[in-house]
Write a protein that binds this ligand. Structure first.
Ligand code: BG6
Length: 491
């Protein structure tokens, strides 16, 4: 008997802004990622603009803000990697054929909001955008691949950021409602699995890291934005069920396993509170339909006063998700004691864990942390779970003969697949696995191409040079074997 259920969904994951390219093609409007430059592990990505006097400028995406009166702009002399991505827009047939060759039974992708609604506040969608996604879904179905679709993956239309102030503004709920409803109606019968917001918890989880430098004002704004997204997500769940009772809608949480640095009871308590703030806060609202008791403590800590209406509370209660999905790359350590060796990765920071190995980007490989997370979360919500992102960002070398040997990636996946099997043995209802960046794409954190996650290599570099040709890495054949044996043959 296999360690994985018979219908387990095996696949891979991407996001529109990181792979589609074609940023201004067929009526698509810009998103914030289109005015974001490339960076590195030590150099932040910048957002570019023209200030009120007409001078070009940039601010760091990690903590900077648009100056008063400035307008976002694409400037000469900068490279914007998301403009081209890996040109999935024009290569999707070839890419889907490769996914099918690996044996995928599902494929996670997102819909670019500004491809459907270029500004975000239009009444009717851009038909070219609808056609593109319909074609992609049909192509997937042709290969018996079940689409798993993220509605929002970090790409609010730029116009909504500039003219409405983004998610701080309650109006965004209305625009998102229209966007989501359009997706459910237009793609009915083609898509059944939906995720409302990618890594919804990032907004406030990361404010707590990097030594509590965030101001109360930032918490106020972060929690209010989140509240608007919770309400929008709840509306989407209800609407999805109304339009097609077959629809299954999930939340998507950035899953990090937190450990206490010592057995000092103060560390144990801090660790519990870190789980509450970073992980449970969003999961509880989306899975249980109401704010948890500890939310009052979190708000009080930063003098947060939220605008929450009676109707919002009713909507949250009626819009609980059907499944819990999350990304998992690593664990981190929290402590009340002095941190001598700080590491950071996936926008997060914590003390170094001497028992773990770290990637070139400072991410800890910790498969036990995945098993721990799965068991904790299933115990809390008892809803079907999917791991919708997981993987190792690494530099790959193309040999003279074109082959790519990536044993480090295979090793990473082996232990994580094994961890999932163990969690299933312990009763977790895990229904699917979609490793991140199954085909190389632009890194969200650094904007690099050389931080590669794929089973499929894409010939494109950090300066935007390359042929976009696709080729199979050794891990391609490993994953093919893993899927074929339903996770049993991972040697
Ligand atoms: C998750 C995001 O945070 O991590 C993805 O949902 C992202 O969009 C992934 O790409 C990996 O992060 P990075 O920075 O290596 O691209």
């Amino acid at each position: 008997m296999s360690r994985f259920p018979k219908d387990f969904l095996w696949g891979g994951a991407t996001a529109a802004n990181q792979c589609e390219g074609a940023w201004n093609v067929d009526g698509r409007g810009p998103a914030l990622t289109d005015v974001t430059t490339g960076g590195t592990v030590s150099e932040p990505r910048y957002i570019t603009y023209i200030d009120k006097d007409g001078n070009p400028g940039k601010y760091s995406r990690m903590g900077g803000r648009l100056p008063e009166g400035a307008k976002y702009a694409v400037l000469d002399g900068y490279h914007y990697p998301n403009h081209e991505g890996i040109d999935f827009y024009h290569h999707y047939k070839e890419d889907i054929a490769l996914f099918a060759e690996m044996g995928f039974t599902t494929f996670r992708m997102s819909i670019s909001w500004s491809r459907l609604f270029p500004n975000g506040d239009e009444e009717t969608p851009n038909q070219k955008g609808i056609e593109f996604y319909r074609d992609v879904f049909k192509e997937l179905r042709k290969h018996n691949i079940e689409p798993l679709v993220t509605i929002w993956h970090f790409d609010t239309p730029l116009y909504l950021e500039e003219h409405y102030g983004g998610w701080k503004n309650r109006k965004l709920i209305e625009f998102y409602d229209r966007f989501a409803e359009t997706c459910f109606r237009e793609f009915k019968g083609l898509v059944k699995y939906w995720l409302t917001f990618n890594e919804i918890n990032n907004t406030v989880m990361f404010l707590n890291m990097f030594g509590n430098k965030a101001s109360d004002e930032m918490y106020q704004s972060g929690y209010q934005q989140l509240h608007h997204q919770f309400v929008a997500s709840a509306h989407a769940v209800k609407k999805a069920h109304e339009i097609d009772p077959e629809n299954i809608v999930g939340c998507m949480i950035c899953g990090i396993t937190f450990y206490p640095g010592t057995c000092d009871p103060k560390d144990i308590l801090l660790n519990r509170h870190t789980w509450e703030q970073g992980i449970y806060y969003c999961g509880d609202v989306q899975c249980k339909g109401k704010y948890p008791t500890f939310a009052n403590r979190l708000w009080a800590e930063h003098n947060v006063k939220l605008d929450i209406t009676e109707q919002d509370l009713k909507d949250l209660a009626e819009g609980c998700v059907d499944m819990y999905t999350f990304s998992y790359y690593m664990s981190t350590v929290v402590t009340t004691h002095e941190i001598k060796d700080m590491v950071s990765g996936n926008f997060s920071a914590g003390a170094r864990n001497e028992y773990l190995k770290y990637s070139d980007w400072g991410w800890a490989t910790d498969a036990d942390g995945l098993q721990y997370y799965l068991e904790m979360i299933y115990d809390r919500y008892e809803k079907p779970i999917m791991v919708v992102e997981n993987g190792l960002g690494a530099i790959d070398k193309v040999e003279e003969d074109g082959s790519i040997h990536d044993p480090y990636r295979i090793d990473y996946f082996k232990v994580h697949v094994d961890a999932m099997a163990k969690a299933i043995e312990n009763g977790v209802n895990l229904i699917g696995y979609t490793p991140w960046g199954c085909i190389d794409l632009v890194s969200a954190g650094t904007g690099e191409m050389r931080k590669r996650y794929g089973f499929i290599y894409v010939d494109m570099d950090d300066e935007g040079k390359g042929t976009m040709a696709r080729s199979r890495k050794d891990s391609f054949y490993w994953y093919q074997k893993c899927i074929k044996s339903n996770g049993d043959d991972i040697a």
